[in-house]
Design a protein around this ligand. Structure first.
Ligand code: XMP
Length: 318
């Protein structure tokens, strides 16, 4: 068990020594792991670190602004926001298979990073927020999600990337990463965020992904998450989000018949994400969220609550 203050001191020294006068690129997603890695590496090498925030078009509402504000403005970290949404959404056209989506998205990420690397003079390292459980998962004993779903962001450097890896959190468990993050002054609401998958809304829009559907889902998800915060429930559940189904159903709004998408609220309670149960959220809360989403989000007229545990279901729907 590490003392986190000492850990930071040692990590900073190690990073300095390893990097020397080269530059480092880090894919900053805004998730805990990449954020803590960014702040830690920035503490060690300052502007030799360039963070790339990729707008895939599959992000949650206001995500880019939130990340730029927290880490760019408050920490003065060099962050480049790359708007690659047309590339990601373009390549996803016609793709419906979940694994094919992951591969398509993963490939686009690699291309974006390779292109950004070329724009830097002296880039040698790719930093990743790999943590100890990722290391274990990518070795012999594969967890269910590693074998059943191909996470593009675990298991070392993807093929076709010419970098050396820098992974300062490789020895830490998640709770230790959070401790380091707090020690580094990262605000609680960023540290306690639920995990968000690399492929983002791409695997929460079932069937074909389009910008129209992503826009609808972003609005619904934003309402769900904000209401969880408002009701002091966000930190009680492990991961919560909305899924958009490729199913339309009939509804009625005023005097009009509607024919719109069905969405699903998903909230899971878990400690290790290998097994999970569905959150027993209060009915009044669910009712409030349902009323808000159906009334406020154009494109959704029906909402269901997912009451499946993992296994046999998974947390995500794809
Ligand atoms: P499942 O759906 O397998 O998810 O029960 C377990 C945890 O893994 C996350 N997840 C992913 N994370 N890329 C990621 O970075 C992925 O492709 C991916 N698929 C699932 C999921 O959000 C949950 O936290």
């Amino acid at each position: 068990n590490w003392d986190m203050g000492n850990y930071i001191e040692k990590a900073v020294a190690d990073i300095k020594e390893k990097v020397g006068d080269k530059e480092v690129i880090l894919g900053l997603s805004g998730g805990v792991d990449s954020s803590v890695a960014a702040v830690l590496i920035h503490k060690a090498i300052g502007d030799q670190l360039t963070c790339i925030f990729v707008d895939t078009g599959l992000l949650r509402k206001n995500e880019a602004e939130k990340v730029m504000e927290t880490y760019g403005k408050n920490y003065n970290i060099k962050i480049k926001c790359v708007d690659a949404s047309e590339r990601f959404l373009g390549n996803l056209k016609g793709v419906t298979d979940p694994e094919k989506k992951r591969k398509t998205i993963g490939k686009d990420f690699i291309e974006v990073f390779n292109e950004e690397k070329k724009k830097l003079k002296n880039a040698k390292f790719l930093a990743q927020g790999t943590i100890y459980p990722d290391v274990i998962e990518s070795q012999s004993v594969k967890g269910p999600s590693a074998t059943i779903k191909s996470h593009h962001n675990v298991g070392g450097l993807p093929e076709g990337m010419d970098f050396e890896l820098l992974e300062p959190l490789r020895e830490l468990f998640k709770d230790e990463v959070r401790k380091v993050g707090r020690e580094l002054g990262i605000p609680d609401h960023m540290i306690d965020r639920h995990p968000f998958p690399g492929p983002g809304l791409g695997i929460r829009i079932l069937g074909e992904v389009t910008k129209e559907k992503a826009d609808i889902l972003r609005e619904a998800d934003d309402i769900f998450i904000k209401e969880l915060w408002n009701h002091a429930l966000y930190n009680k559940v492990s991961q919560a989000f909305v899924v958009l189904l490729p199913v339309k159903s009939v509804g009625v709004m005023g005097d009009e018949r509607t024919y719109e998408y069905t969405a699903v609220l998903r909230s899971a309670d878990t400690t290790d994400f290998m097994t999970a149960t569905w959150s027993h959220l209060p009915y009044e809360f669910l009712e409030k969220v349902s009323n808000r989403i159906i009334n406020e989000v154009k494109g959704i007229n029906r909402l269901a609550y997912d009451i499946s545990s993992k296994p046999p279901a998974t947390i995500e729907w794809e």
